[in-house]
Design a protein around this ligand. Structure first.
Ligand code: CAA
Length: 258
């Protein structure tokens, strides 16, 4: 499949999706979001893809939703188009892991896109923010909800009400990103993490992802019960037998996804 706003390459079980609108600092317009949904549709059904990495350029992961495209829209259009709804749901419902590899600006919809991924690895140059207040609007792809869950009320409220950006070190301290790496190692580190995931049992990977997500959606008792059920259910698969036999036999497991 060919895309105009993305560069997609798949190797060693990992699909690397690079946002590619350099003239607009990768601002998310409907074409880019449509193509991203298409690339995820393709990755979802491709058995060779076990993990996805989404990245941008050195200067920007994405500087937000495309303000030029949005600026003249009416309420009726925004509502009828369910603006951002379908593309956000596509990412939320993606069952394989997605890593955001962020360098430069991740602002507005860019920060929200990174937070929709399963975890974020940041370059030292990364800058996160929800500057929608400067445009007279709120975030529109979950920023008020997800940033608050990641960094807590006080920091989220300050960032969202003032539009202040957070650098990579602050983002790591606040728990927004899993770790910070030198800019020239960002893709290598993200691809290495993705390759590690791609080598695991895909069934166990999907169940682990679902369970961590459930921690945000359910009570502790329900989440723990769900975990126990999934843990038990994995004993129905060859991959559990293989993983444990490989440990005992002191060899590398060869997971088959069955
Ligand atoms: N939409 C459309 N175009 C954008 C853009 C955006 N979000 N961000 C940057 N661009 C464009 C600029 O207009 C500029 O294009 P021209 O050369 O044609 O003028 C080009 O990208 C380069 O940008 P700058 O010249 O501004 O670069 P800079 O280095 O001086 O500043 C920046 C970088 C601080 C990121 C600045 O571009 C900026 O503030 N961008 C907007 C950030 C923003 O407000 N994001 C939130 C958008 S709303 C949203 O995302 C809603 C939501 O929740 C879904």
């Amino acid at each position: 499949m060919s895309y105009e706003t993305l560069i997609v390459e798949t190797r060693d079980g990992v699909s690397l999706i690079r946002l590619n609108r350099p003239e607009a600092l990768n601002a998310l317009n409907s074409q880019l979001l449509g193509e991203l949904s298409g690339a995820l549709d393709a990755a979802e059904v491709d058995e060779a893809v076990r993990c996805v990495v989404i990245t941008g350029s050195e200067r920007a992961f994405a500087a937000g939703a495309d303000i030029k495209e949005m600026s003249t829209k009416t309420y009726a259009q925004m509502f009828a188009e369910d603006f951002f709804g379908a593309s956000a749901r596509r990412i939320e419902q993606f069952r394989k892991p997605i890593i955001a590899a962020v360098a430069g600006y991740a602002l507005g919809g860019g920060c929200e896109l990174a937070m929709l991924c399963d975890f974020i690895i940041a370059a030292e140059t990364a800058k996160f923010g929800q500057p929608e207040i400067n445009l007279g609007v709120t975030p529109g792809i979950g920023g008020t909800q997800r940033l608050t869950r990641f960094v807590g009320k006080s920091k989220a409220m300050e960032m969202i009400l003032t539009g202040r950006m957070m650098d990579a070190a602050e983002a790591e301290r606040a728990g927004l990103v899993s770790r910070v790496v030198p800019a020239d190692q960002l893709i290598g580190e993200a691809m290495a993490a993705a390759a590690k995931i791609a080598g695991q049992s895909p069934l166990a990977v999907m169940m682990n992802k679902e369970l961590v997500e459930a921690a945000y959606e359910t009570t502790l008792a329900t989440g723990v019960a769900m975990e126990r059920r999934m843990f038990h259910s994995l004993f129905a698969f060859d991959d559990q037998k293989e993983g444990m036999a490989a440990f005992i036999e002191k060899r590398k497991p060869a997971f088959k996804g069955s």
